[in-house]
Every structure is written in structure tokens, then in C-alpha cells.
Ligand binder design. Structure first.
Ligand code: FE2
Length: 291
């Protein structure tokens, strides 16, 4: 159509939606266009701001490499990742859930380990941590044979993919739950860490005068056919950034209880899986930083 007024632009774009054969794609695109156009009208977006926004979107891609996922990081910093998680888990957002953001640091292909094994593959000084987890269904019955991916940052706050001093796949491993639904491993207590700020996520945080820290946590990804796959994180209750996580990931259900003992720390945690579709999320990164 020939555009006569500013309102016509929205009508013209929405008028083309009927060509989109897939109904869900059509629904998503129509809603996206309506909200984008409404955002521009509501904020009276200027031409200079539009130019800046284009540069920002371009830089999301330009910052992304096989060892860094800027879009995933920015989604977390805007609360989008956890919102998507919470409306899709916990009986569709009506009950607490152990599901949480996958985050930008998950790598597929971590080594399969025996129950109780260590996650250390290179010397990693820090306080010892022994973890025992249980995977259960919503009735509290143990789920045996679930695959549990585990990964976490080092005691200096770096994932192995960010840190040339750590061995490939250090502090990562894959376990299979035993007949009682449990799995366990030994590691070192992770530290909270600053998220990278070289890209647009950093620009956002600086513009808002927000810090870039995440409270200390361990990551899990639990997969068992017949159950809805969950990513999860368990947070250190004593971390000073628990209330101000720069990725908005901390929920009440995911604050762990680290017990101090003579050899370090012990942590136990239960994960509940809902019946549903098991699937494997795409890994946001695929390799370590190059030398
Ligand atoms: Fe993390």
C-alpha cells in the first residue's frame, strides 16, 4: 500500500502478515511488530536514538564468538531469560520451580563422570565443595537415569572457556542419576563473578549505573526422556550480590544451603522435573578462548 500517514506504516506491515503460512510464526511476528511500533510511538524515538539502537543490535552480533554469547548475556541483563524460564516452568509459572536460566556459559560435550567424581581437570585452588543432588518427579519419586550436566566458575570467578589457565572442560562434567535419583561430585566452591562488559551489555549496565556481578552459583542441566528438561542454578546464600544479580536469575527456590565442615563445604539440593518434553537446548558457546 501507499503510505499516507504514520499509522499506515503499522497497518501496511500487519497487512502483509497473512502471507506467513505458519500460524505461530505469524502470531509472533504480528505481536512483535505491534509492540515495536507502539514502543516507538510511546517513546517518540528520535532518529539519532534509532541510529544508536541499530548500532547496538549490530554490536550484539559483532561481539559474539564461539566462546562468548552476547545476545544471551544481554537477554539475562534485561530479565528476558528468566521471564521465559518462569512462564514455561513451575506449572506454567504458577508454582515455584528449580528451573532457571541456561546462561551464556553452557558447553555441550562435557565428559561423562562416575558418581562422586571430581570436576577438576587442572589445578584449581579453592575451598573444597562436595555436592549431592536428587532428581525427583512432582510426586517426590526418584528419577533414575537422568543425565545431569554440571558447570560452574572457578574460585576466581572465571569459567574455563574464559580462562587460558584452566584445562579444557575444567569444572564441567556429566553425571547419570542412580536408582535413588541421586548424583554427587566433588569440586571447589565457585565465586561470584563479573559478567563481561566490553559489549552492549556493559553499555546497558553503565547507562543504568548497575554493577556487573553475578552471585556465586552452580549450573545444572537435567535431561530425561518423558520429563521437561530444566536448566537450573543453585545460589550461595551468603553472596553479597544475591539481591542484585545482574542477570536477574535468583529465585527463592534456588538459594542453596552451604554447610561448612572441616574439609570445606557440603551442599545438597533437590531438583523436581515436571512431566513433559525432553529436549536439548542449543549450547550458547562451543569453545574456549583461543591462545
Ligand atoms: Fe554462571
Amino acid at each position: 500500500m501507499i503510505i499516507e500517514t504514520q499509522q499506515d506504516v503499522t497497518d501496511a506491515v500487519l497487512g502483509e502478515m497473512f502471507r506467513t503460512p505458519d500460524p505461530r510464526t505469524r502470531e509472533l511476528l504480528s505481536s512483535l511488530v505491534k509492540h515495536l511500533h507502539a514502543f516507538i510511538r510511546e517513546t517518540k524515538l528520535t532518529e539519532k536514538e534509532f541510529q544508536d539502537a541499530i548500532g547496538l543490535v549490530n554490536s550484539i552480533g559483532q561481539r559474539t564468538t564461539p566462546s562468548h554469547n552476547e545476545a544471551m548475556l544481554l537477554s539475562g541483563a534485561l530479565g528476558v531469560s528468566n521471564l521465559v524460564c518462569l512462564i514455561n516452568n513451575g506449572a506454567k509459572g504458577t508454582r515455584p520451580t528449580q528451573a532457571n536460566n541456561l546462561g551464556p556459559f553452557y558447553r555441550a560435550g562435557a565428559p561423562n563422570l562416575e558418581d562422586g567424581a571430581s570436576l577438576l581437570r587442572s589445578a584449581t585452588p579453592g575451598e573444597a565443595l562436595s555436592f549431592k543432588g536428587w532428581v525427583k518427579d512432582t510426586a517426590g519419586k526418584p528419577i533414575a537415569g537422568a543425565e545431569v550436566d554440571v558447570w560452574h566458575s572457578s574460585p576466581v570467578g572465571l569459567y574455563e572457556n574464559q580462562d587460558k589457565t584452566q584445562a579444557e572442560m575444567n569444572l564441567r562434567g556429566r553425571f547419570t542419576t542412580l536408582a535413588d535419583g541421586s548424583f554427587s561430585f566433588r569440586s571447589v566452591k565457585p565465586a561470584g563473578y563479573p559478567v563481561p562488559t566490553e559489549g552492549p551489555t556493559g553499555a546497558l549496565l553503565r547507562a543504568q549505573k548497575r554493577h556487573n556481578m553475578r552471585p556465586a552459583h552452580l549450573h545444572f542441566l537435567i535431561h530425561k526422556p518423558g520429563f521437561k528438561t530444566i536448566a537450573s542454578q543453585v545460589y550461595d546464600p551468603e553472596d553479597p550480590h544475591l539481591e542484585t544479580d545482574s542477570q536477574f536469575g535468583v529465585t527463592r527456590a534456588l538459594i542453596g544451603r552451604f554447610e561448612k565442615n572441616t574439609s570445606g563445604y557440603a551442599l545438597e539440593f533437590s531438583f523436581v522435573l515436571e512431566a513433559g518434553e525432553s529436549w536439548r537446548p542449543r549450547a550458547p558457546i562451543t569453545e574456549k578462548v583461543s591462545a
